[in-house]
Design a protein around this ligand. Structure first.
Ligand code: ATP
Ligand code: TZE
Length: 266
């Protein structure tokens, strides 16, 4: 992986604009995550303005956590604008394991234009590969093992010509040939809502500075290490505040010293 310090330095210098069409559950913590990383968020979603806004952005993040008719139209318009202008896209496939509507919509977007990064938790990525798989809710099904998800992620990466990020206890990032496993993190990240969405916007931030494999791996290291630094016995509220504190204050040395990654080429 290119040095995380170089990627972060480029972000802080360029202050990229990150257009996010996302869900109201985690929208505020996502905007703050983008700011903490040194970039600028814009969370616009009106269909009549998103073409213009995507056109002026440095990366686009589409998150299906709370799709509505309006957001679906806006995401299609923005995806077309990004493809036309060569703007990198993260497609965060939230809820694809629990809803046929979302699954069909994400597959349609994937056919329209390959995103730089296709992201989801283990269940969401597996559901995009295996049509019959279903799991209730937006959290990952604890029964899915890493090897099974890695196979699905590799196949999806090859099929759509994208980088796939499957998040979980060990995050998997693959382009279908090379694979990175990031072992940073804490179970507290899964005990508060929206940390997967935060991971998605961090991918968008880093995509403005480097290609998909590096951007997705850097995002996993950043969120995972900051989660470790934020660990607390006080509870979920304090953890979320400490996580944002860590995202905005973490040093390159802390990231280098705490990162736990393995890279393999098939
Ligand atoms: N058991 C765990 N141990 C360590 N880190 C974890 C664990 N579970 C999840 N994480 C980390 O939490 C972050 C979010 O991943 P997760 O797979 O929980 O997302 P998600 O299910 O999409 O979350 P949400 O739906 O709440 O946005 C990632 O950085 C991941 O590495
Ligand atoms: C709880 C929840 N429901 C839809 S999106 C979301 C935030 C985490 O994905």
């Amino acid at each position: 992986m290119r040095r995380l310090s170089e990627i972060r330095g480029a972000v802080r210098e360029n202050r990229p604009l990150i257009h996010c069409i996302t869900n109201p559950i985690s929208i505020n913590q996502c905007a703050n995550t983008v700011l903490a990383a040194g970039a600028r968020p814009i969370m616009a979603e009106h269909p009549a303005e998103v073409d213009e806004i995507t056109e002026s952005a440095d990366a686009l993040v589409l998150n299906t956590g709370n799709i509505t008719d309006v957001r679906m139209v806006s995401m299609e318009i923005s995806l077309q604008a990004a493809a036309r202008e060569g703007i990198p896209v993260v497609l965060d496939a939230v809820g694809t394991a629990c809803s046929g509507l979302r699954r069909g919509f994400v597959l349609k977007l994937l056919e329209t234009a390959a995103p730089a990064v296709l992201k989801g938790n283990y269940s969401e990525i597996y559901a995009l590969y295996h049509a019959a798989y279903h799991s209730p809710g937006v959290d990952a099904d604890g029964e899915l093992d890493e090897a099974t998800v890695l196979d699905a992620a590799r196949e999806l990466a090859k099929r759509y010509g994208t980088v796939v990020l499957a998040s979980g206890k060990t995050d998997i990032v693959t382009d279908g040939v090379k694979t990175a496993r990031i072992k940073n993190g804490t179970p507290q990240l899964a005990a508060v809502t929206g940390t997967g969405c935060m991971l998605g916007v961090l991918c968008g931030v880093f995509l403005s500075a480097c290609p998909g494999m590096e951007a997705a791996s850097a995002a996993c290291v950043m969120l995972g290490v900051c989660g470790q630094l934020a660990e607390t016995e006080k509870g979920s509220g304090t953890f979320m505040v400490s996580l944002l504190d860590a995202l905005s204050t973490v040093t390159d040395a802390q990231l280098e010293n705490n990162m736990s990654t393995e890279e393999t080429a098939l």
